[in-house]
Design a protein around this ligand. Structure first.
Ligand code: PPE
Length: 309
């Protein structure tokens, strides 16, 4: 954690508490069983002031994740939306990574969570480039993971649940232990799924492909943004199953995510992708995406919510 962040406040169940005091009991359900649902989004310091990106969509997905896990959240999407904005304001941040999380708290142990309270917390922190400083311009080297993504009817991939990230950690740690920045997981049928914390896009012959929701992917909000922008720019975009080998013969491949933004992939399993550097369509999509989040282009979809106005 950044020491400056630790001087700030955390929103806990409707009240602000000092960062250092924002604690839960070690016997809380979430610690033992991974029973949390969470979000991650960025607040950008745009040319017109700090603004959160697609905040309502993130609050909707938080509620969706909670619903899948029968977890009652006592704050509406609008209340959580307002609380996120307020947390950025209270901490006086210009840019931030915002992390709302709902979890089964302290009550009883045992798998049945129903007697535990559902607590909701929002923290803000500074977070630089997710895949390293060079990732955005140069691209990253990744491998296909030996770990399969969570399979259908095991963990619901559409829910952003804390426990899903045990699978993500296996993917990430294996990749890093072998000198790669990230891993790409295949789904239970061997088709391309996603990264440990990113969706993936593949470009060949000018057409843009991304795995469908049925391939055990998180319905990424950046994924949706890139699909929207790519179609607006005249590209054909298909949500379709992607065989592993298509990765190697793609012209361009990139990751998307709130933390990763739009990050090009320059090699997979040591095979160079295209010319082994960021490709031209990826660069155009990045430019369009960054122009919006930097406040340089018109926000025609209403994706930004200004924090201090
Ligand atoms: N897939 C996974 C598994 C995932 O965790 C993320 C976000 C995405 C796709 C992209 O979703 P979206 O952010 O809505 O575009 N990963 C978050 C957490 C990463 C972390 O290390 O923590 C994020 O990017 O905030």
């Amino acid at each position: 954690m950044n020491p400056a962040d630790e001087k700030g406040k955390i929103w806990m169940n409707g009240e602000f508490v000092d960062w250092v005091d924002a604690k839960i009991h070690v016997m809380s359900h979430v610690i033992h069983y991974g029973s949390s649902v969470f979000e991650g989004l960025r607040c950008y310091n745009t040319a017109n002031g700090p603004a959160t990106f697609r905040l309502m969509e993130h609050m909707r997905r938080l509620h969706d994740s909670a619903k899948i896990y029968r977890m009652p959240i006592r704050f509406s999407q609008q209340e959580l939306f307002d609380a996120c904005q307020e947390t950025v304001r209270v901490n006086g941040m210009k840019s931030a990574y915002v992390r709302p999380i709902a979890f089964r708290g302290y009550g009883s142990l045992g798998v049945d969570p129903m007697t535990c309270p559902v607590d909701v917390v929002i923290g803000t922190m500074s977070w630089g480039k997710y895949l390293g400083d060079e990732a955005i311009n140069v691209g990253v080297d990744v491998r296909v993971s030996s770990w399969t993504r969570i399979a259908p009817n095991t963990f619901p991939a559409m829910a952003k649940c804390g426990a899903n990230y045990m699978n993500s950690q296996l993917i990430k740690m294996e990749a890093m232990a072998e000198g790669y920045i990230e891993g790409i997981a295949l789904d239970a049928n061997g088709y391309v799924s996603e990264g440990s914390g990113e969706n993936i896009f593949i470009i060949r012959d000018g057409k843009i492909l991304t795995p469908p929701l049925g391939a055990s992917v998180l319905p990424g909000i950046t994924r949706d943004s890139v699909i929207t922008l790519a179609r607006e720019m005249g590209y054909e975009v298909y949500e379709q199953l992607v065989p592993r080998e298509l990765l190697y013969i793609a012209d361009e491949v990139f990751f998307t995510g709130s933390a990763a933004e739009v990050s090009p992939i320059k090699s997979i399993d040591k095979i160079p992708i295209g010319e082994g550097k960021r490709g031209p369509i990826t660069e155009k999509l990045q430019r369009r995406f960054f122009d919006i989040i930097e406040g340089k282009a018109e926000d025609k979809y209403g994706w930004l919510t200004y924090v201090y106005k």
